[in-house]
Design a protein around this ligand. Structure first.
Ligand code: PFF
Length: 463
């Protein structure tokens, strides 16, 4: 144990400082949760997986699995007050159990690095669209024009790589300076502004899109479209969009003050995150159907639909530019939290400065990112297992590593940590605590395991 740390977990203080208020923590976690997962990935995976049934499974996963995992991460982070690897080792030893639980933190650090390697490429893509919107490239553009702009952009690894580089540079810059600084103000402004622009877009979709068709696609379940593989994808999306299963929220929980309510914070974040994703769906699908597009086109979906909408609305150049600026910000605040566990670990474990750690980890992620950059052009035909390098990274991290990490985290909080410890963190042994405990001990672990086993075909189909 570090010498400046109390043996009493309630008195332990963070190695990196504290959030300035409860609001600061909620804002930081919201900044992590709201990002490309909501606006870029949610609509396209819904489109690829047939709509309503997928959405309902995703919502169920957020409530039944996502909430208990998120609460577990925050409580563990606050109790350990270290990077996720050290926190799990410390809490394990405090309970008289193995310190090997730190491996869960290690997997999370690795997941963060791998996810950011492609997240930064899409973040760069968003950034590039700020400039394209700004010069009016989408003004009055039809489907053919926006599609060719997208294909030209993705087709050039130099372009994609360039914007990936800029995006990574921006991320390293913030992480090197310290996560608390600036983040709070950025999120305080960005989330409401993003919400506002989404509402503007919604207005467009309602008036100019095939709104009823979009709503029906999003909310009318066609259960025949569902396979266990799509259920796994819905669960992976729930983990990804809430930033859970890899220790990012645990790392932020380490700065959280004792007084803040963990269930309350987790509920606010999950609701804000889900609302933004559903709003994105409500904006995008009416545009898809009004323009005769295929909902299942994949990762390019928002980069075609939204430019089309902006191109046709009054003030579109202005709105499009602001929108992509905000989306870049949203991606940026998420990217920071993807990097934070690895950086905190390098700092504490190798006694490096924050700036050194950020540059080391950021440099590694930047290099790995070229795997994804090339997946859209030079190596587009180089496919194995799930598809391109990008497809494989996506599947491995979101559908396997995050749920597995989440499973181990709830098992740790529900079974390894003693009742007193978790009750103290979650504000006593009332109804909410009991509910959390049932979810964390039984429902979430069994649910995750079941979906895993079904998806890999170990459990037989019932019908
Ligand atoms: N939740 C982010 C999004 O929806 O874009 C992505 C993310 C951030 C995932 C941080 C995981 C994480 F630790």
């Amino acid at each position: 144990m570090l010498s400046n740390q109390s043996a009493d977990p309630a008195k332990r203080s963070s190695l990196h400082g504290h959030w300035s208020s409860r609001m600061a923590f909620i804002l930081a976690v919201t900044g992590s949760a709201v990002g490309l997962g909501n606006i870029w990935r949610f609509p396209y995976v819904v489109g690829e997986n047939g709509g309503g049934a997928f959405v309902l499974v995703y919502l169920a996963c957020v409530i039944v699995v996502g909430m208990p995992v998120m609460m577990s991460e925050i409580l563990m982070g606050r109790r350990g007050r270290r990077n996720p690897i050290a926190t799990m080792a410390l809490l394990g030893s405090e309970e008289g159990k193995s310190t090997r639980w730190s491996l869960v933190g290690a997997m999370g650090v690795l997941a963060g690095v791998l996810i950011l390697s492609y997240y930064a490429v899409v973040g760069g893509w968003t950034l590039a669209y700020v400039f394209k919107s700004g010069v009016g490239a989408f003004a009055n553009a039809g489907v053919a024009v926006v599609t060719s702009i997208r294909d030209d952009f993705l087709g050039s690894w130099v372009n994609l790589g360039l914007y990936h580089t800029i995006f990574m540079g921006l991320t390293i810059f913030v992480v090197a300076r310290g996560v608390e600084r600036g983040l709070e103000q950025a999120v305080r402004f960005m989330v409401p502004a993003l919400l506002l622009l989404m509402v503007v877009l919604l207005g467009y979709s309602i008036t100019s899109g095939h709104f009823a068709e979009g709503v029906a696609f999003l909310f009318t379940p066609d259960w025949s479209k569902l396979t266990w593989d799509t259920v796994l994808t819905a669960m992976g999306q729930a983990f990804f969009t809430l930033s859970i299963g890899m220790g990012a929220v645990m790392a932020y929980g380490a700065f959280l003050s004792e007084e803040t309510s963990i269930p309350g914070s987790a509920t606010v974040v999950a609701m804000a995150d889900t609302a933004i994703a559903l709003l994105a769906g409500l904006v995008i699908f009416p545009i898809v159907f009004a323009n005769g597009l295929d909902p299942a086109v994949g990762p390019g979906l928002v980069f075609v639909t939204l430019p089309l909408a902006f191109g046709q609305m009054p003030g579109g150049v202005f709105f499009a530019t602001i929108f992509f600026v905000l989306l870049t910000f949203a991606a940026w605040t998420s990217a920071i939290s993807l990097m934070e566990p690895a950086v905190a670990w390098i700092m504490e474990h190798f006694s490096k400065s924050r700036a050194q750690a950020a540059v080391m980890i950021g440099g590694l992620i930047w290099v790995l990112g070229f795997g994804t950059v090339l997946s859209f052009n030079v190596l587009a035909d180089f496919t194995f297992w799930r598809g391109t390098i990008f497809d494989n990274l996506d599947h491995l991290t979101l559908n396997i590593m995050l749920p597995l990490g989440g499973l181990l985290i709830v098992v740790f909080a529900g079974w390894v940590m003693c009742r007193n410890a978790t009750a103290e963190e979650l504000g006593g042994a009332g109804l909410i605590y009991k509910l959390w405990r049932v979810l964390a001990r039984y429902v979430a672990p069994i649910g995750i395991l079941f979906v895993f086993l079904k998806a890999i075909g170990i459990l037989p189909e019932l019908s």
